[in-house]
Design a protein around this ligand. Structure first.
Ligand SMILES: Cc1cc2nc3c(=O)[nH]c(=O)nc-3n(C[C@H](O)[C@H](O)[C@H](O)COP(=O)(O)OP(=O)(O)OC[C@H]3O[C@@H](n4cnc5c(N)ncnc54)[C@H](O)[C@@H]3O)c2cc1C
Length: 443
């Protein structure tokens, strides 16, 4: 790992920032009354990821008489932000998961199965295993679906073939590290890209690019490497408070950025990537020695098939759930709330966003159960700590308006620049905070 000099005043400020953040205050979502406490509602939660477990824990504490059931097929619960650290060789594969059974709150019934359809008109969900579950209220948080095969020549099963890698998969992140380590010691052509759909943690593809570049410098092989970054978006990053510095970093590190470029296919045998420029309609190819990409992403198929996704507008092609962006209540079904990556709301898909969403969704669900209008309002807060090197992070926090909304104590620091304290926060604080506070409904 690298160390760099910072002056003592900055050091003190940034240390205080990381330490204070470790003790983040409990966030209540601004509504403490609980009119639904003694109502015996039947609540079904679909998905036990960052959103589902956080909500289950909060509901269990708030509702004494409710019957709460959670459906999720997974044995392992991943702290997905850690996939970037695995891909960069900072963490090992087993550093990022816990057994799901240890995280299900007591008093919540876990059904280890997948939902294949929701019949919202009749308040029921069909399971892959064949059964049907009825509900009074539904919490929809199955995360998103990664559509690997939309990139020709790529499948989840063969990920890594032809040195085409992605940290958007747990095992993929392990293979990424083997490839990144080798590339940074030998040199070659590095092609890094994201995807054209909304994708979780928009910063992740940029982070792994910057970390690989720094490793090449560390190994004295930077001159033997070329790096290129292709984004499907119209700019590298679209939060004005942070964009100038991020663009500057890419310039300083001699990584040219091309915009509106979509990875459409990979010839893994020839190590050739196929791109489409979505503005001009032109296609082009790039030969590579290492390729890192993100898969196109959408709501899970059952959301679309159950008619729960947006059917018009920008969020329709991927069928993101038709959710009110302020209250999380489904816009067609008042007994469904949706949060997390599946939600069709214009925020960044991150677990940091879910930390703020969960208490609001729970307050509003309690109001609905009590026959009242939802009152807690979400402002779109999301955070995306962009790792710029082994030791620094650009601490991006913003709302629906893309306005910077820095949490205390980062609000005291110049966050337009990358910070050492944010690196410590990311490395040491956020994972324990996730598993031991957020998933217990405490942060
Ligand atoms: C490489 C990478 C880097 C990231 N970096 C960051 C970061 O730095 N900061 C940050 O805040 N966030 C980051 N994220 C994003 C963050 O991990 C996600 O936004 C978050 O996990 C989403 O939570 P969720 O509950 O909506 O979905 P998930 O946590 O994905 O959980 C969805 C759950 O639903 C279950 N499920 C799926 N389908 C069904 C079904 N049909 N029936 C029942 N259950 C189902 C799944 O098994 C899963 O357990 C990163 C993600 C990746 C991949």
């Amino acid at each position: 790992m690298f160390t760099e000099n910072i002056n003592r005043r900055d050091f003190a400020k940034q240390t205080a920032a990381a330490a204070l953040l470790a003790g983040l205050p409990v966030f209540t979502g601004g509504c403490s009354a609980n009119p639904a406490k003694d109502i015996a509602a039947k609540i079904l939660i679909i998905g036990g990821g960052a959103a589902g477990i956080s909500v289950a824990a909060r509901l269990r504490r708030k509702l004494d008489k409710a019957e709460i059931t959670l459906v999720d097929p997974a044995d392992k619960h991943f702290y997905q932000p850690g996939f970037t650290f695995i891909g960069a060789g900072v963490w090992k594969a087993d550093d990022v998961w816990m057994k799901q059974e240890k995280l299900i709150p007591s008093g919540v019934k876990w059904i280890k199965d997948s939902v294949v359809e929701v019949d919202a008109a009749h308040n029921s969900a069909t399971l892959k295993g064949g059964g049907k579950l009825s509900y009074d209220f539904l919490v929809l948080c199955p995360g998103l679906q990664e559509n690997w095969s939309l990139i020709q020549g790529i499948s989840k099963e063969t990920l890594g073939e032809g040195n085409a890698h992605s940290i958007y998969d747990w095992q993929g992140s392990c293979k990424t590290w083997t490839a990144v380590d080798k590339f940074s010691r030998t040199g070659g052509r590095g092609i890094f890209t994201d995807t054209w759909t909304k994708h979780k943690c928009g910063g992740a593809p940029k982070k792994i690019c910057l970390l690989t570049e720094q490793l090449a410098r560390k190994h004295g092989k930077r001159d033997a490497c070329t790096f290129k970054y292709f984004t499907g978006s119209k700019q590298l990053y679209d939060v004005p408070h942070y964009t100038p510095r991020l663009e500057e970093i890419y310039k300083e590190r001699e990584i040219p950025v091309s915009v509106r470029c979509r990875l459409t296919g990979v010839d893994t045998a020839a190590k050739r990537a196929y791109f489409l420029n979505s503005e001009t309609g032109q296609t082009f190819t790039e030969d590579y020695d290492i390729l890192h990409f993100a898969p196109p992403q959408s709501a899970p198929d059952f959301v679309r098939n159950s008619g729960l996704g947006w059917k018009e507008g920008k969020l329709a092609p991927e069928a993101w759930v038709k959710t009110d962006k302020k209250t999380f209540v489904h816009l067609d079904h008042a007994n469904i709330v949706c949060l997390g990556d599946a939600a069709g709301i214009p925020t960044s898909k991150t677990s940091a966003a879910i930390r703020k969403q969960a208490p609001i969704a729970v307050n509003n669900l309690c109001s609905l159960i009590a026959g009242k209008a939802p009152e807690s309002i979400y402002d779109g807060y999301a955070a995306c700590p962009i790792i710029t090197d082994y030791g620094h992070v650009l601490m991006a926090e913003f709302d629906y308006e893309k306005k910077c909304c820095q949490s205390f104590p980062f609000s005291l620091i110049d966050t337009t620049k990358e910070l050492r304290s944010a690196w410590w926060l990311k490395l040491y604080v956020l994972k324990p905070m996730y598993f031991h506070l957020m998933l217990r409904g405490l942060a």
